[in-house]
Write a protein that binds this ligand. Structure first.
Ligand SMILES: Nc1ncnc2c1ncn2[C@@H]1O[C@H](COP(=O)(O)OP(=O)(O)OP(=O)(O)O)[C@@H](O)[C@H]1O
Ligand SMILES: [Mg+2]
Length: 342
């Protein structure tokens, strides 16, 4: 891979996306790392590690070092981040990259500092953090600099960042909210549903396949189905079963309502003028979780406001960081920590 100059990084709980300045998205990999339990040696990172989930012998662990919007293992999170960044920037003798990175809101200051410090090992010359919703909104091409309310709802794997933004600042958000809803919670709901209804135990990768392939937030006109293999809980043996799209819609009902309530709560806290703006322009969805079929329509129907899905939704945060590096004069002012770290 040709090395890139400065980069925008979205360190997510489900995936890591890197945007190379002046290029485009140059890396998009699952945020998974596999390591030897005894020696802690890293064995695989990204897609290779993801394929190992639920399939490793007892001495090997394949895991996501960030979970539910928080750091589950800081050392592994830092190793994974350094691996991906080094892969993209390559080896350079002089002029290391400048890195603008967005991390889940549940990552605390000490952990942020450790992750940033770790990046200097890749040769980085400067690292800065960008707030998630601001990066997502820029990546979704919302005109956030205007004195006009915009709502972005970035639905990831473990977290959803919902924010009302005006003049480049987050005015209200769900940042302090304890219950995080992301695509993982949708997968968990599918696992629970299939176990309850069919006495069948399925893994998280199968649940995610069901969600992506036949899942829908609203009932579909046309019924789809998918054949899956799980463990029959009555016999303990493998069993093949056909699951329909309506069943997945039913399974997703609870997390969907939790998500809608979280969006509504942020709207309710927002000043009336900004609320009026949002009802005019609508809500923008980004993040991989936003790609669930029918989700935009479900949000629109429940909250009685237009809803748009951003282009390449899963790349918005990394793209927003990258676009900020490319158009520093326009977007650099929106970095909340700009003065502190200059
Ligand atoms: N087509 C699809 N339909 C439904 N869900 C999808 C689709 N594609 C991806 N997802 C879901 O998107 C989620 C991952 O999104 P994304 O990569 O944006 O998360 P992330 O940024 O790593 O997480 P976070 O923002 O919580 O840190 C997963 O739950 C995945 O199952
Ligand atoms: Mg994300």
């Amino acid at each position: 891979m040709a090395s890139v100059l400065d980069i925008g990084v979205d360190l997510g709980t489900a995936s890591v996306v890197i945007y190379g300045k002046g290029k485009d998205v140059v890396l998009n990999e699952p945020a998974v790392i596999a390591f030897d339990r005894d020696s802690r040696n890293v064995l695989a990172v990204g897609e290779d590690a993801r394929r190992m989930i639920g399939r490793t012998p007892s001495n090997i662990v394949a895991m996501r070092p960030l979970q539910n919007g928080m750091v589950a293992d800081l050392e592994l999170a830092s190793a994974m981040l350094r691996y991906f960044v080094s892969h993209v920037v390559g080896k350079r003798l002089i002029g290391g990259p400048r890195i603008l990175i967005s991390v889940p809101s549940g990552v605390n200051d000490t952990e942020r500092h450790r992750l940033m410090t770790g990046l200097f090992e890749t040769g980085a010359r400067r690292t800065q953090i960008m707030e998630r919703p601001i990066a997502a909104a820029i990546g979704a091409r919302l005109p956030i600099g205007e004195a006009y309310g915009q709502m972005i709802c970035d639905i990831g794997g473990g977290t959803t960042d919902i924010a009302v933004i005006s003049q480049g600042r987050v005015i209200t958000s769900n940042r302090e909210s304890a219950n995080q809803i992301g695509g993982d919670q949708f997968d968990d709901a599918i696992i629970r549903y299939v176990r309850r209804k069919h006495n069948l135990l399925i893994g998280e990768l199968t649940a995610e396949d069901l969600k992506i392939n036949i899942g829908s937030a609203l009932p579909r006109n046309e019924q789809f189905y998918m054949e899956i293999t799980g463990r029959n809980l009555l016999t303990g043996l493998p069993k093949v079963m056909r699951i329909t799209s309506d069943e997945i819609t039913e399974a997703l009902d609870d997390p969907l309502h939790a998500l809608l309530e979280t969006i509504q709560a942020v709207l309710e806290q927002s000043p009336a003028e900004l609320l009026a703006d949002i009802f005019e322009t609508g809500i923008t969805l980004s993040g991989g979780g936003a790609m669930l079929t029918g989700l935009c329509e479900a949000v629109s129907m429940a909250l009685k406001v237009d809803c748009h899905l951003a282009d390449a939704p899963q790349e918005c945060v990394a793209r927003g960081c990258g676009m900020t590096l490319e158009n520093w004069g326009e977007y650099g002012q929106f970095l909340s920590d700009r003065r502190k770290r200059r």
